[in-house]
Design a protein around this ligand. Structure first.
Ligand SMILES: [Fe+2]
Ligand SMILES: [Fe+2]
Length: 351
């Protein structure tokens, strides 16, 4: 059984089926915005509305097990329901006549547009979650290691950089993609453990759960942007699997044992990320890396101009990393002062 599972995973890696679906030209992402919404096929409950656009996520139906049996189902359609049907029909028409089944659970999304009136193409983030990065942030800030734990954190990160330098050298696209798969882990682990602590101790987190999860999501968006630009090879996918398995567990244990060391390590990792993206920008400036148009997802997420390029994208990602550096060194400093994170205001929305 284990062999079958292992064979299936390896085949998936070789075929690139997991990642390749994200790799699409920016124009495709704009013109085919809702491709990731799967069609629901199979038995349709009595009374459920068919011909419903996957894009239209708006609450419109009861969650009762059999809508046809309820008084609401027998009542004449409301204006909202009628509008939904019209929008569904339009969405279905755009899909080339494919029949899509409505959400039986009554979950739907209202039509969301960009400022210029065009349809919002993303389901993974909304316009109110986008932002303009403060690129004026000081990139040279560095926490000088003073204590024993600081020095351990600093040395650990410097040692971890050696195999990364050897493996990727100046292939900064692949390097960034790989590192973002790691960088999105600490925020999730820290946020999760603070969440559990909040539940266990019946206490507020001071906003730190949300702040750390925001960081994790921001890092994941870096990755979603990088995979638009770089297609990882099968052995790089295998490396991601291995590294994630080791790093998640190692960081989980580290955060349990010493959150101040864990945040310090992340602070130094972010300093290294700033360095890596600075080198990336140097290669773009020298022409070693082509300054291609920015992916559509990046233009929307960072509110970049429509003619933005890879250089603009890397510049805002680097600024994000500088913000993460500040947040994590700050969190570590709070612990070093013998306090809990919740005793200091969490840097929510710090970009
Ligand atoms: Fe990142
Ligand atoms: Fe980061």
């Amino acid at each position: 059984m284990n062999q079958i599972v292992a064979r299936s995973v390896i085949r998936g890696l070789i075929n690139g089926r997991n990642c390749s679906r994200y790799i699409s030209p920016s124009t495709v992402a704009i013109l085919r915005p809702f491709d990731e919404t799967a069609e629901v096929r199979g038995p349709v409950p009595s009374g459920a509305l068919v011909l419903f656009g996957g894009a239209q996520w708006r609450r419109m139906m009861s969650t009762a097990s059999s809508p046809a049996d309820t008084p609401a189902a027998a009542a004449p359609p409301t204006a909202v329901a009628e509008k939904d049907r019209n929008e569904s029909a339009v969405a279905e028409e755009k899909k080339g006549g494919d029949v899509m089944v409505s959400s039986y659970w009554g979950i739907s999304r209202q039509k969301i547009t960009r400022e210029d009136g065009t349809v919002w193409p993303w389901n993974c983030f909304m316009p109110w979650e986008t932002y303009q990065t403060d690129v004026s942030i000081d990139l040279s800030k560095h926490h000088v290691p003073k204590t024993f734990l600081d020095k351990i954190a600093f040395r650990t990160v410097k040692i971890l950089r050696i195999p990364t330098d050897i493996f990727f050298q100046r292939r900064y696209g692949c390097r960034a993609m790989m590192l973002e798969t790691v960088a999105a882990v600490p925020g999730m682990v820290g946020g999760m453990l603070l969440h559990l602590r909040s539940l266990r101790k019946f206490e507020h987190s001071g906003g730190w759960i949300k702040a750390l999860l925001e960081e994790a999501e921001n890092e994941r968006m870096h990755l979603m942007t990088m995979v638009e630009l770089v297609k990882p090879k099968w052995y790089e996918r295998l490396l991601v699997l291995t590294v994630q398995g080791v790093f998640f567990n190692a960081f989980f244990v580290l955060y349990l044992l010493s959150p101040k060391l864990a945040h310090r390590v992340v602070g130094y990792l972010e300093e290294e990320a700033i360095h890596s993206y600075t080198e990336f920008l140097k290669d773009i400036d020298s022409g070693a890396i082509e300054n291609v148009p920015a992916p559509a997802i990046a233009i929307d997420y960072w509110r970049l101009p429509k003619d933005a390029t890879l250089k603009d994208v890397i510049t805002v990602i680097r600024a994000d990393e500088a913000h993460h550096r500040d947040v994590n060194h700050f969190a570590s400093d709070i612990h070093f002062q013998g306090k809990e994170l919740r005793e200091a205001p969490a840097p929510l929305g710090y970009h």
